[in-house]
Design a protein around this ligand. Structure first.
Ligand SMILES: [Zn+2]
Ligand SMILES: [Zn+2]
Length: 218
């Protein structure tokens, strides 16, 4: 790994990330740190548009530490809206950041020891008992945030670098058609042509499942 200087995450950035995220927890800042670390290693800037960086997060849905993905979004600028945040729901906690221009990528993996210890902490025990994160005593949460923000990254993450990461560039689509059944607008690459007409996914499914032409829209 080439030497690099780790970006200092400012208190302002943490506060604005917490405002975006909605509560204070240790997983979001861990994603913030992972995102910055990956950008530092790749020597790239925060994504302004959809094609500059791609972030792949492996967190799934409705499990502990899923908040990691929000920190990644804030740090890297890879977001759901820009289409450069890919959620590959594996129930794991790594971030892969890809620089499409150079083909380089880095996978930042929270260390096993650290993640497994998490589950024994009061924060996660209380969360498992059903206490929402925003209702937790700050004394329980703040030390964990402090720890994730200040500990040397090597103790938190393992890092793997790739010089040629397989990545297929998808073009941005700027056309759309009207679904012949529901009348709603659908981006052409998501629409289906049946006979001479275009249909959206749900309407085509309905046609296929009912075995005929779609019922009249009311
Ligand atoms: Zn959270
Ligand atoms: Zn439709």
């Amino acid at each position: 790994m080439k030497p690099f200087e780790e970006t200092i995450i400012t208190a302002e950035e943490l506060v604005s990330a917490q405002a975006f995220h909605g509560h204070k927890c240790p997983a979001m800042p861990q994603g913030l740190r992972a995102g910055h670390l990956a950008m530092d290693i790749l020597d790239v800037s925060r994504a302004r548009g959809g094609g500059e960086l791609i972030a792949v997060v492996e967190t799934g849905y409705h499990h502990f530490s899923g908040c990691f993905a929000d920190g990644v979004m804030v740090a890297t600028g890879c977001t759901v809206g820009k289409g450069n945040l890919v959620q590959k729901p594996l129930g794991k906690f790594a971030l892969t950041l890809i620089d499409p221009k150079s083909g380089r990528a880095v996978r930042v993996i929270p260390r096993y020891e650290r993640m497994s210890q998490c589950l024994n902490m009061d924060f996660f025990k209380l969360r498992a008992e059903g206490v929402p994160p925003y209702a937790l005593d700050p004394d329980v949460v703040e030390p964990l945030i402090e720890d994730v923000m200040t500990r040397p990254w090597q103790e938190i993450f393992e890092v793997k670098e790739f010089t040629h990461y397989p990545y297929e560039k998808a073009p941005e689509i700027f056309d759309a058609v009207q679904c012949a059944h529901c009348g709603e607008l659908v981006v052409t690459s998501y629409a289906h042509k049946y006979g001479e007409q275009w249909y959206c996914g749900p309407c085509l499914d309905q046609m296929l499942h009912t075995g005929g032409m779609p019922v009249e829209s009311r």
